[in-house]
Design a protein around this ligand. Sequence first.
Ligand code: OGA
Ligand code: NI
Length: 363
Amino acid sequence: MASLLQHSHESLQELAKQLKLVVPDRYVSEPQDQSIFVSNNSLPLPSIPVIDMKYMFKMLQGSGIDIEQRNNLRSICHEWGIFQLVNHGVDKLLVENMKKEMVDFFNMPVEEKLRYKLKAGEYEGYGQTILNTQDQKVDWADRFYMITNPVHRRRSHLLPQLPPTLRDTMENYLQELQKLAMTLFTIIGQAIDIDTKEMTDVFEDGLQSVRMTYYPPCPQPDRVVGLVPHSDATGITILLQVNDVQGLQVKKDGVWIPVDFLPDAFVVNIGDVLEIMSNGIYNSIEHRATVNATSERISLATFFNPKLEADVGPAKSLLMNTGNQPLYRTLVMEQYLKDFFSYKLNGKTYLEKMKIRDEAHET
Ligand code: OGA
Ligand code: NI
């Protein structure tokens, strides 16, 4: 019991166990977040598109994706920027093991988890929302973020020190997902005439990171947000919902739409980097996570980014093939990432900073 009280500020999971009715102030979300909470079920909401990878694999072995698939993929990434991926080819047993290992991880005693504790001034480790401003609210979640590739960027006290079964399973899982991500980058690039070589040069052996998130049940779920609205600062993100509890929502045409994960599917979303590389053809969708009163929710997001030394900017082959002017600035990935982490997560405002506004900025 002593440890419960002692660590309740460091682990929301522990704090949430003690709460009966009232959410502490620092977790009560800002008014603008609350005003867009919707739970209007009178109209059937649209659901995010589904992509069947089986056909994509077939076509990649042949002559590349055909025009119909290409147009479909292009319009999904343009209009939605998110889809469910079925028949993705990642071994089912491996995915199940990954889920089990994550549940086990969050079930460990808090002292164990705090071995990976997020330290002040850092952004990798186990902890809660990193506060960039004094009045910022804290999301209703514990998170564990870490860079997993390049290997020399791994922090020695994080991935290498995880419980061995979690570590090994995660290594396998990430290797499989890296392959899947490269296939996705190839076809997503092909769909808008980005040369496969350019995609490969940028993303192969690129920066990869993961975020494991634990959303505890909340006595007042409507007063908090599990993860504030944001777009991901990635090429693509592959999201695994670990324990069948829904909570992800996406903003489409100004309306929040809940995502109902299909069994055995990954949810893949386009991030800011691909929006930039596609010169705005693709859309990095804004999304958030909600929480509920009764069930914990666990998710695993894997982020696939360019190499740290690669340029993040509109793809050269795309500009050449279309003759279009670049609508976004170009920045080296290392700097892009640094700027992102110094910036409070807030919708798509960080991406706005990358936009070229007028002629003056282009020179
Ligand atoms: C993220 C994210 C959603 C979820 O980690 O960037 O959007 O469902 N997660 O946990
Ligand atoms: Ni996200």
